[in-house]
Design a protein around this ligand. Structure first.
Ligand code: ADP
Length: 232
């Protein structure tokens, strides 16, 4: 098993009120798999993703990634883990506005151990002819391509996608999903997508339904659908 969370719990305290956001979440994903966590807004998806990505910490429970327990790492170890092993794709791209496409990707290259070539990655996302543009000179779909390039240039073992098509129109969303699918094929990257869009989970071989911080259902998808055939 490549990714495993065991009895993962997380709560937030606001004043006197404690909100239990994750309640004994057990999730397992194989190496090279595309998995999806599906759930309505507020169900705990981002909290889970942030703990898996080493951005946040659990209250209790365990997370093992590729045989290494990250849930008991020191802050310093967690930074290294995040830098070297994980790529993030967010709904709103998070590009640095005053850096060009190439420079946005270089930021990731400069902090990673075994980066891929920027030109190869730009080619993989079909942005090689726009590398000197600034984010404001790009469409939403193009910005998301750059953010994907920035995530994969580190050659991460794990790609975490937080509503990757949430801000895009339907056609552009399909392009981005095809791209994510190709990255999985080409680089054998294990991919975890969180979304509230049920249709999108058709491209995942494993689907976890999160409800109020609990895994309400777990589906082995025998008929994985190519991204280009997904409709909503
Ligand atoms: P989702 O990604 O499924 O929309 P989140 O993981 O973002 O869900 O949030 C789950 C719940 O945790 C929500 O009720 C949210 O208000 C609460 N929550 C998230 N982060 C914090 C925080 N830093 N402080 C307090 N409550 C939080």
């Amino acid at each position: 098993m490549f990714l495993k969370s065991e009895n993962l719990c997380k709560s937030y305290k606001t004043g006197d009120v404690v909100t239990h956001v994750l309640k004994d979440v057990n999730i397992s994903i194989e190496k090279g798999e595309i998995a999806a966590i599906l759930g309505p807004s507020g169900s705990g998806k981002s909290t889970f993703l942030n703990i898996i990505g080493g951005i946040d910490r659990q209250d209790s429970g365990k997370v093992v990634i590729d045989g290494v327990e990250i849930s008991n790492m020191s802050d310093k170890e967690l930074v290294e883990y995040r830098r070297n092993e994980v790529g993030f794709i967010f709904q709103f791209y998070n590009l640095v506005p005053n850096l060009t496409v190439k420079e946005n990707i270089e930021v990731a290259v400069n902090i990673s151990k075994n980066p891929l070539s920027i030109d190869d990655v730009l080619k993989a996302v079909s942005m090689e002819d726009k590398k000197y543009r600034f984010p404001r000179e790009l469409s939403g779909g193009e910005q998301q391509r750059v953010s994907i390039a920035r995530a994969i240039v580190k050659n991460p073992k794990l790609l975490l996608c937080d509503e990757p098509t949430g801000a895009l129109d339907y056609e552009t969303s399909l392009d981005i999903l095809k791209l994510i699918e190709n990255i999985n094929k080409k680089f054998k990257t294990t991919i975890l997508i969180i979304t509230h869009n049920t249709a999108l989970s058709a491209m995942a071989s494993k689907i976890f339904k999160l409800r109020s911080g609990e895994v309400a259902d777990q589906i082995e998808n025998k008929n994985v659908m190519p991204a280009e055939r997904i409709e909503w």
